[in-house]
Design a binder for this molecule. Structure first.
Ligand SMILES: [Zn+2]
Length: 394
């Protein structure tokens, strides 16, 4: 099974400069090759585009002309050619015309990266040896034991942090011991998961970092706007050395800080979902959820709602692959009527407004918690015969 692994990298100043050069080299090769291909295409639209091997052959003279390219892991330049060939292929094969021609890469990209195909070695505790960079400090090397890394990506994210990401072959995880338990789960906004046995797990509260991100977003827009005005002013006054937008550091700093807070909130939310889903998969053999694809997830500009939509999707994805990994079963059922039917007698008392959190069944007089009742109904839907219902009564 392939597993994605992402590690922090802590390059020293020298390595940071070198990385900057390597990111730039990738961009340089992409742009050079693309310009050449564009020319070919302009001259004769019927010429077949060049494959990656032909492009790789051109790397040699290019390196002679531009010696700084030798600072890169040469396999990374070949990967650029691979990507470029693929983009052209997509362009030619998509008859609908929706795929555009590959574009030039600008140096303004916030995310900088390169992908190499050389072999990375573990050089010691928390140290890796990366081609052309040498020994570099990392966050953990435990995850890399006993695997061979053949393709890796080094990147600098907008947050200013460096990462190494790779796809690695890992052994099939052990199946978890069966517990003989099954559960229905309803998802909500205040509580992310409501279980048919009455347990409730709250949604992750990321408001602290979200507020900070929002404040820095505002600062970023204000500062950038101001910088733009000053640039325009210089231009209109025809000053000798007009300032460029890039020469203003403060909006760029705000942009970085904003990205850092956004990443923090997202990471913590993901972490929380990982813990919750692992816990659930360990506890229960069969997990029944609503098929949210059929649930009416309206496009919503309300932040809390947008976030819970995203969380639900991630929650389901995680449950899906973890159940597969650990030998458990996930069932998605049609959510129709789950909040209308009494889980005790099956009477449908119609839609209830969202603010009604508790209600009493008009037929059998059972008092219901809205969400728990829905979770029980979800579980029932997976077992229409009604067998073994006693074990899930809360
Ligand atoms: Zn009832």
């Amino acid at each position: 099974m392939l597993k994605g692994i992402k590690l922090r990298l802590y390059p020293n100043k020298l390595q940071q400069d070198q990385l900057e050069q390597m990111f730039g080299n990738d961009r340089f090769v992409w742009n050079q090759m693309l310009a050449m291909m564009n020319e070919r295409y302009q001259n004769n639209k019927n010429l077949p585009f060049l494959g990656k091997f032909k492009l790789n052959y051109l790397l040699k003279p290019l390196k002679k002309e531009y010696p700084f390219l030798k600072n890169s892991d040469s396999s990374s330049l070949q990967v650029v050619n691979e990507f470029l060939t693929q983009s052209w292929k997509n362009f030619f094969q998509d008859k609908s015309g929706r795929t555009g021609k590959p574009r030039f890469h600008s140096r303004k990209y916030l995310k900088k990266s390169y992908t190499g195909k050389s072999i990375i070695k573990i050089a010691g505790k928390r140290y890796l040896k990366i081609p052309n960079l040498g020994y570099i400090k990392t966050s953990r090397t435990g995850a890399l034991q006993n695997i061979k890394i053949k393709r890796y990506t080094v990147m600098l994210e907008p947050t200013g942090k460096y990462y190494l990401s790779l796809q690695a072959e890992v052994h099939e995880p052990q199946k978890l011991r069966l517990t003989g338990r099954e559960i229905g789960i309803d998802v909500g906004i205040a509580d992310l998961a409501i279980l048919s046995n009455g347990l409730k797990y709250p949604s992750f509260d990321g408001s602290y970092f979200e507020k900070k991100a929002k404040a820095w977003q505002r600062k970023y827009s204000r500062r950038r706007h101001l910088a733009k005005l000053l640039v325009l002013q210089d231009k209109n006054r025809k000053v000798l050395c007009p300032r460029s937008l890039e020469s203003f550091a403060n909006w760029q700093k705000a942009q970085k800080i904003k990205a850092r807070y956004q990443a923090k909130a997202a990471n913590q939310r993901k972490d929380y979902l990982h813990k919750l889903t692992t816990h659930l998969v360990k506890q229960y053999d069969v997990i029944v959820i609503e098929d949210l694809k059929t649930k009416n997830l309206l496009q919503n500009h309300h932040l809390a709602k947008a976030i819970s939509n995203a969380s639900w999707r991630m929650f389901r994805q995680m449950l899906e692959y973890k159940c597969k990994w650990y030998g458990k079963r996930l069932i998605a059922v049609d959510p129709k009527n789950t909040s209308r039917i009494c889980s005790e007698c099956g009477y449908n008392s119609g839609a209830k407004p969202l603010e009604i959190r508790e209600w009493t069944c008009p037929k059998c007089q059972t008092k219901h918690d809205r969400d728990i009742n829905a979770a029980i109904n979800i579980l029932h839907k997976a077992k229409p015969t009604g067998q073994g219902l006693a074990m899930v009564k809360s």
